[in-house]
Design a protein around this ligand. Structure first.
Ligand SMILES: [Zn+2]
Length: 236
């Protein structure tokens, strides 16, 4: 919605919408004109190539027969808040999308690689589909429990909604830690240092150990990375 409003404002201001604006562009084709972004873009293109290859290889190694043909994109809207996420296109191809503010907020290639590896891991581990299953299952259990206690249709609906939310929140944290672990493996395979990359956690707000936080505490995530590099024999 915000995006639509922004475009509307641009149109009303009479500047029109510049061609190709407000779309995603492949990392490989991203050539920002702002001098301050040029070096970042070069690093980002290198990271995309290396992490893209490492993610495809890791994906092919895992069971599940998923589409491993990752595409890495940049959101051309310079106002979009710092974010990186994964989704699927209509044909089921995995997309990893970075906003420009996210690319700017990374201090080095290791941090970009770490975030990208983490997003790729969400796809390889099938988190979108698994999360939907958990949500449905928790909604069903909460609904049945409400019914068993004699709740009416509206209360049962509310209980289902609450169940879906509880299911979503509780599994999101588990998925984040799983993605941090596999993301560490991908980052290293791509030639970047996950221990440098994970410094990114130190700069994002710590959700703390609250049940309704969508992410685990940063300390828990750092621990997951350290355990993984220890298992890989990179540190003792
Ligand atoms: Zn995540």
């Amino acid at each position: 919605m915000r995006r639509f409003l922004f475009l509307l404002v641009l149109a009303l201001a009479g500047c029109g919408v510049p061609a190709g604006y407000d779309v995603y562009v492949a990392a490989e084709d991203w050539n920002p004109s702002a001098p301050a972004m040029r070096d970042r873009a070069e690093t980002f293109r290198q990271v995309s190539r290396a992490v893209g290859n490492a993610a495809r290889a890791e994906c092919a190694r895992q069971p599940g027969g998923r589409n491993c043909d990752f595409v890495i994109l940049v959101d051309l809207d310079p106002f979009e808040s710092p974010n990186a996420f994964q989704t699927l296109d209509k044909s089921g191809r995995p997309l990893i999308i970075f906003t420009q503010k996210m690319i700017k907020s990374a201090r080095n290639g290791d941090e970009m690689a770490f975030v990208m590896g983490h997003e790729a891991a969400h796809h390889i581990l099938g988190h979108i589909a698994r999360q939907l299953e958990y949500q449905k299952e928790a909604a069903r259990i909460f609904g049945e429990e409400a019914r068993a206690q004699g709740a009416g249709p509206e209360e049962i609906d509310l209980a289902r909604e609450l169940g879906a939310e509880v299911g979503r929140r509780s599994y999101t944290k588990q998925f984040e830690l799983e993605a941090d672990r596999m993301g560490t493996v991908i980052t290293y395979a791509a030639g970047y240092d996950p221990l440098v990359g994970m410094a990114y956690f130190g700069r994002i707000p710590d959700p703390g150990d609250r049940f309704f936080a969508s992410h685990p505490p940063n300390a828990r995530r750092v621990e997951a990375v350290l355990e993984t590099v220890t298992e890989m024999g990179l540190i003792q």
